[in-house]
Write a protein that binds this ligand. Structure first.
Ligand code: FAD
Length: 490
């Protein structure tokens, strides 16, 4: 274990400083300063890990990350071995080390009566060092099985499934409708949270291992789902949950009202230096973001960088408490009031607000009519009479989550079934009713997190490998399709 008395000697949690808000609002680069990791701070923080015998961090992390082991190795300065331990459970620690809400830290035993170990920062420091030192190299399979797999979708679940299956010796092609791999990592999450060079670097490793990428290929139209199922020995559907939840209110047809995802996608394309025709931008506008999750927060940071006049985020739920409530004890991931780096940068957040109507002028939105929300006897939110007010809004971004995959063509061409939640029906082995067709990630689980998507990809790959190898697989399967988090982050 790391220093047996570390947690007694070092009681404070320390994290590297972010770039000052005034500077980071000038660009879309990572909000975290790209400094050399502070070795002394890292060793001090990793020394706090108690290797507590029953490490709950293993359990609260869907990947089963071996946090006490890599904390110990980091403390001893054995960085290459620490990177190996990270990769034992996680194909892409550089993604989770940047965008994960750190479910591991909510389960850290030290967190019962002290601030938890800074596991996420230790994780990202290890993997960044490993890339810098050249310790991350392609793992080319020793032999090929002769089986072929098509993975459709190149988000974190598709990439994880493809990497595992390629390394197991199968010949894998990833079909992606966008022009570059990454899914929401590339065209959802902004660069200030995850610079795209991290995806490019990992994709280069995967290509060197033998995974083939077919970008700009939309399965269902460019190639049909049944054709794909005929041509490959197995198919993994990893197309995400990308159908946005709409807000059907009077005035919804007005210009200036957009779903969050296309707005963020355009901004990410522009940040990559790509031409974007008629880009929807917040410059000089009063912006209202409806929905307070990760997507809403990303809209806030993007709108502020684009030079919005004002940014107001609305949430129908009450403001969460500052501290863990008794109803959400350790080691659950508590719904507490969190301030993202985007919220630090500006804008206002309003809670218990329900949207009533979009108000327009000459066909364009100019305000959003809202009211205070309260729960009725059935627990549903209703507007409180007499509390209506108008918020100026030249741009309204709907960030109310996603209701399931875009499934029309896969259902029609393969005869797949959908759950009442709109996701694909699959069995305990990630397989649909069509033999050889599997489902991983948000398209099976519903809207979730990057860490769950990677766990899904790894576990689905094990199921596919077993299917192709007559029931045997040496690939790890950290989760089952029905496994749920100890407590879901909102
Ligand atoms: C704006 C935003 C911010 C987020 N921020 C965070 C965060 O900070 N932390 C976190 O943990 N999670 C975050 N999430 C959630 C996380 O990004 C997703 O849970 C995760 O990306 C799901 O991975 P996936 O592989 O299942 O699907 P996706 O990442 O959605 O990838 C699916 C891919 O399939 C492709 N595709 C779809 N249909 C087809 C087709 N017919 N043919 C070919 N390709 C197809 C899509 O183009 C896409 O590339 C965020 C989500 C959003 C929208």
């Amino acid at each position: 274990m790391a220093d047996p008395k570390g947690f007694l000697k070092v009681r404070e949690r320390e994290l590297p400083l972010d770039r000052p808000v005034s500077l980071r609002l000038l660009d879309f680069a990572d909000v975290h300063a790209q400094l050399e990791p502070d070795q002394v701070m890292l060793e001090r923080q990793s020394s706090r890990c108690m290797d507590c015998g029953v490490p709950f961090c293993h359990r609260t992390c869907p990947l089963g990350n071996l946090c006490p082991e890599f904390n110990d190795l980091a403390w001893r300065g054995h960085w290459a071995e620490a990177a190996e331990r990270l990769h034992a459970t996680n194909n892409f620690p550089e993604f989770t080390g940047r965008v994960c809400p750190a479910l591991c830290e909510s389960g850290c035993v030290l967190g019962i009566n002290q601030p938890p170990v800074t596991i996420k920062n230790i994780e990202v420091s290890i993997i960044d060092r490993a890339f810098k030192e050249g310790w991350v190299s392609p793992q080319i399979p020793a032999r090929l099985t002769g089986s072929t797999v098509a993975v459709v979708g190149s988000g974190p679940s598709g990439l994880a499934a493809a990497q595992q299956l390629t390394r197991a010796g199968h010949t894998v092609a990833v079909y992606e409708r966008a022009d570059a791999p990454g899914g929401l990592l590339r065209y959802g999450i902004p660069d200030f949270k995850l610079e795209k060079r991290h995806i490019d670097r990992r994709v280069a490793q995967m290509e060197a291992e033998g995974t083939r990428f077919r970008c700009g290929a939309r399965v269902g139209t460019d190639v049909t789902w049944d054709d794909l199922a005929r041509r490959y020995d197995a198919v993994v559907i990893a197309t995400g949950s990308t159908t946005p939840r709409d807000l059907d209110l009077p005035g919804r047809e007005l210009d200036g009202i957009s779903f969050a995802k296309p707005y963020l996608e355009q901004s990410n394309l522009a940040a990559a230096g790509r031409p974007v025709k008629d880009q929807l931008t917040a410059k000089g506008k009063h912006v209202v973001v409806i929905g307070g999750g990760d997507t809403g927060s990303d809209c806030v940071g993007t709108a502020l960088r684009q030079g919005a006049e004002s940014v107001t985020s609305l949430e129908i739920m009450p403001q969460p408490p500052a501290e863990r409530p008794d109803s959400q004890p350790w080691p659950t991931y508590p719904a507490i009031f969190r301030t993202s780096t985007s919220h630090e940068e500006g804008g206002t957040r309003e809670y218990l607000v329900t949207s009533e109507q979009f108000l327009g002028n000459g066909g364009h939105v100019h305000a959003l009519r809202v009211a205070t929300a309260e729960r009725d006897a059935n627990g549903r939110f209703q507007a409180v009479a007499g509390t209506e007010r108008d918020i100026p809004a030249d741009l309204v971004l709907i960030a109310m989550g996603f209701v399931g995959p875009e499934s029309k063509e896969a259902v029609a061409q393969l005869g797949l079934e959908l759950t009442p939640r709109g996701t694909y029906v699959r069995d305990d082995h990630f397989q649909t009713s069509v033999p050889g067709v599997f489902v991983a990630g948000d398209s099976g689980r519903g809207q979730s997190l990057v860490v769950w998507a990677i766990a899904e990809g790894r576990s689905c790959a094990a199921a596919v490998d077993a299917y192709l190898q007559g029931g045997h697989t040496a690939l790890p399967a950290p989760i089952t399709p029905s496994e749920r988090p100890i407590a879901l982050p909102r």
